[in-house]
Design a protein around this ligand. Structure first.
Ligand code: HEM
Length: 204
């Protein structure tokens, strides 16, 4: 991976400046550093391209994907002092066995429920998440690098709005009491042929 990154940077030399470098890793059971299994509700099979890749609605960009990233730092000390049942309410899943908790009748929705997006007709819109835990114990720095791929950018925007503003407004995502975003940006990842076309255009 180090060699791939070095090679990539080498080929982009002069065109990009590195402002932050974070090395993520896979934790046991695909858990994040809060101890919960992360990625369970990801789309699979045919639902995956339908959720993550631009389709015929935007033919010129079809096959590409909008990628939203955010670097969150966790207050692991405060999280450790939070009783497990409350942590589970906040996430919306049980910690050890990763079972979904129904909170439809609760005044405060969980992270899982706030991040579930439906349109008026009841269609659910998923995204593909590839969150990576990262940490530098010597610096007491622990976090989650949120990486979300989406076909429609509005879906992630709506998730963020529900997390930060709350649903109803004020009932924000309590995951944010323990997690602070430090950087974040939105990319568009084009298909390989589109990249090639751009490169050919730039050279010609
Ligand atoms: C501190 C950063 C974050 C952490 C630690 C985190 C962790 C989790 C965990 C543990 C789950 C439950 C298991 C699963 O289905 O994966 C989950 C679900 C989910 N999260 Fe996050 N998340 C974070 C940020 C975000 C952000 C910024 C978004 C979107 C903008 C997001 C979107 C989702 C979605 C869509 C689900 C699945 C909801 C469903 O059950 O349908 N998460 N997250």
């Amino acid at each position: 991976m180090l060699r791939v990154r070095a090679h990539l940077l080498d080929s982009l030399r002069g065109s990009v400046t590195v402002v932050d470098e974070v090395t993520g890793f896979r934790y046991f059971d695909a858990r994040d550093l809060l101890g919960f299994v992360d990625g369970t509700a990801n789309p699979t099979g045919l639902d995956l391209p339908a959720s993550a890749l631009v389709g015929d609605e935007d033919a010129e960009f079809a096959g590409g994907s909008y990628v939203v990233v955010q670097k969150y730092l966790h207050d692991l000390g405060a999280w450790a002092e939070t009783p497990t049942h409350l942590q589970e309410e906040i996430i919306g899943r049980t910690k050890i066995d990763n079972i979904e908790i129904d909170d439809d009748d609760k005044p405060r929705k969980s992270h899982k429920s706030l991040a579930t997006i439906e349109d008026d007709a009841g269609n659910e819109y998923d995204i593909l998440r590839d969150n990576m835990p990262f940490g530098r114990p010597g610096q007491k720095e622990f976090g989650t690098y949120f990486i979300g791929y989406t076909r429609y950018l509005w879906v992630i925007e709506k998730m963020l709005q529900r997390m930060y503003v709350g649903e109803p407004p004020g009932a924000y995502d309590r995951l944010l009491d323990f997690s602070t975003p430090h950087t974040g940006t939105t990319f568009f990842a084009p298909t390989r042929p589109m990249l090639q076309k751009l490169a050919d255009g730039a050279q010609g």
